[in-house]
Structure formats: structure tokens, C-alpha cells
Design a protein around this ligand. Sequence first.
Ligand SMILES: C[S@@+](CC[C@H](N)C(=O)[O-])C[C@H]1O[C@@H](n2cnc3c(N)ncnc32)[C@H](O)[C@@H]1O
Length: 198
Amino acid sequence: MWNERYSAPGYLFGTEPALFLREQRARLAGGGAVLAVADGEGRNSVFLAEQGLTVTAMDASDVAVEKARRLAAERGVADRITHHVADTTAWDWAPDRFDLVVAIFIQFASPAERAPLFEGMKRTLKPGGTLLLHGYRPKQIEYGTGGPPHAENMYDEALLQAHFGELEILRLESYDRDIQEGAGHSGLSALIDLVARK
Ligand SMILES: C[S@@+](CC[C@H](N)C(=O)[O-])C[C@H]1O[C@@H](n2cnc3c(N)ncnc32)[C@H](O)[C@@H]1O
């Protein structure tokens, strides 16, 4: 399904980073190693590399990863990004490996898939490392401006508290905003951000 969506000309979510990530730019200073989870066509990994980070980017779609490689080369940061075609269920969430984990619009994961995915993301963060998670709330189903049509895949603050409460929560915010991030994410959206330190 994702390969088919990504086979269309252009970049489904654009080539600029998620607005959330741009707004968190101050947390990206200082270098270090970052994991971009389900990074798609590379708009976020390229931005992370441009901030001076060493990026590991993974996504299950080989079509997306090929486009991400091309975007990295065009933007002159290919040497700072290692790309992987990989499924989150088979990913090696090696403990204490990354200074940052960035997970933006990863709501392909059902509740059953989400628990091990979130555990892996926490495990692979170094102590002191930061998680940046951005996604949709259930109200997004009404807006229909992006994301899967599955309310149970969305997040609310209680759910994120339950999964990440043992981290130091630096930001946990629910809000509606008009975003324009390619054809895939376009219009008024019910969003939620989590920034947390291990
Ligand atoms: C909504 S897109 C977001 C892409 C990117 N994070 C962004 O913000 O542009 C969701 C991504 O999840 C990827 N994906 C879906 N299931 C996956 C899985 N099991 N493992 C890894 N990636 C997956 C898709 O290929 C797609 O690129």
C-alpha cells in the first residue's frame, strides 16, 4: 500500500520537515545520533542531517527509501544519513544507542503493534536522550485531512502518559492546526506532540 502511494510523482508529504520538527529545532543542536522511525521519503531525516546530526533513517517502503536517498543527495547530506528498508517489528531496538528518536506520523501501528514499538523507541534512547513524537488525535477522523481511518491508532494525552510516563515529559500538547505537508497531510488537523527525556 505504501509503495503504491509513494510511486506517484513528487513527494507525498513534501520535502520540508514536519512543522513540529522545525519548531523543536533548538533541541536538535549539539549533534549526536538520531533515529528517524518510519521516515518515509526523507523530509525529516534530511532536515535532521542539516542540523548536524548523524541520522539513521528507516522505513518499510523501499520506494520511499529510494526517494529519501535521492533527496539526501540533492540536499548534500547523503554522507550523514544511513538509510534502511526495514519493518519496525523486525528492527533491532538496541539499548541506549541514540541521543534522539524522532517518530512523526507513525500511526500505521495498531494498538497491539504500538506497545512493542513504543517500548523499542524508549529502549534505544540513551539515558538523557530525547524522544520527539508527533501524531494525530482521534478527532482527526472527523477532519479526514491525513492519517489512517482508524481512531484506535491515534493518541491522546492519557495514552502517551501511560506509555511514556517514566520519562521526563518536557512537552505534551494537544491542539488543532492547519498544516500543509504535501498532499498527504493537508488541512485542519487534530495533532498531539510529545517531547520527553529518558
Ligand atoms: C504517514 S507516513 C509518515 C512518513 C514520515 N514519517 C513523514 O512524516 O513524512 C507513515 C510511514 O510509515 C511507514 N510504515 C508503515 N508501516 C511500517 C512498518 N511496519 N515499519 C516501518 N515503516 C512503516 C510507511 O512506509 C510510511 O512511510
